[in-house]
Design a protein around this ligand. Structure first.
Ligand code: HEC
Length: 267
């Protein structure tokens, strides 16, 4: 009997673990993005990171610069720090590169990132930006554990440093899964010929200008901003919701006092 229970439990653990894998593409175990969309300072830093490092190739054509006043920035701060000279404050975040150029230069044009977070999700974006590694076989010299053979180079490599891919072979899926779960950070499974399975993960190679923690913080802010940009009004909804709850809390005290007052005479 206990044997049967053990077997059932093992099956349960195995299926739930494989569900975690099945939820993402290409057998990658995504990292959790520790973002907080109510943290205005993180969003401001994220907006700065975005315009400095991403807006050269990617547009955000549904996002207006002056919307950034939501994050506590003034029009002047936005104009001085986040905009290229020719842009007007009411304009959306567009780029000069045409889609045809993008396709010619990178194989695939860099897609608009306005609502990318709703398409891919926060954890995917966070893992993607931490998933670049050096690959001399690729045209850009880079590859990505989350998006294999991506056309985008690791544009943040001066900050992040250059990670390298480490591949370890295991004789079966179960052993590989155990090893992949034990990896701190990103890992992926890759079936090999026969029953063998390889576990892929990244290890630091040449260091960049930032420590690992600083770089993860940089990416967190950036993903936080991408997530905010995909639905800016959500922050208003959250604030409004909190206000309503606060009102109901205060109202309850008065309602309860009134009820006590009415019922006093009846008891
Ligand atoms: C040098 C140009 C360039 C820069 C700068 C750049 N990217 Fe990219 N990016 C690309 C290209 C090209 C692709 C398309 C790759 C493909 O489909 O193979 C891409 C794809 C992506 C994707 C995947 C889109 C999808 O869902 O298919 C994301 C997310 C992304 N970039 C985010 C960023 C972020 C965030 C930054 C800023 C840190 C950035 N990119 C900076 C060129 C660039």
């Amino acid at each position: 009997m206990t044997h049967l229970i053990k077997l059932l439990l093992a099956a349960l653990v195995a299926t739930s673990a494989s569900f975690a894998y099945a939820a993402s593409e290409s057998n990658v175990r995504l990292m959790h993005a520790p973002v907080n969309r109510l943290d205005d300072e993180s969003l401001q830093r994220g907006a700065r990171n975005f315009v400095n490092y991403c807006l050269t190739c990617h547009s955000a054509k549904y996002m207006r610069y002056n919307r950034l006043t939501d994050l506590g920035l003034t029009d002047k701060q936005i104009a001085d720090n986040l905009m290229f000279a020719s842009d007007k404050i009411g304009q959306t975040m567009t780029v000069a590169m045409t889609e045809a150029d993008g396709k010619a230069w990178f194989g695939n044009p860099p897609p608009d990132l306005s609502v990318e977070s709703r398409i891919r999700g926060r954890d995917w974006l966070y893992s993607y930006l931490l998933g670049f590694y050096r690959d001399d076989k690729s045209a850009t010299g880079w590859n990505n554990l989350v998006f294999p053979n991506v056309g985008m180079p690791n544009v943040l490599w001066e900050l992040s440093g250059q990670d390298k891919l480490v591949e370890t072979e295991y004789e079966d899926h179960e052993k590989a899964m155990g090893a992949a779960i034990a990896v701190k950070g990103l890992s992926a499974l890759e079936p090999l010929p026969g029953a063998k399975v390889a576990v892929l993960h990244l290890e630091p190679g040449t260091p960049g200008a930032m420590t690992r923690e600083q770089y993860e913080g940089f990416v967190t802010d950036l993903v936080n901003y991408l997530d905010y940009m995909a639905e800016p009004v959500r922050n208003h909804r959250i604030h409004l919701g909190l206000l309503v709850l606060l009102f109901l809390g205060v109202f309850f005290v008065f309602a309860y006092a009134l009820k006590r007052e009415y019922w006093k005479d009846l008891h």
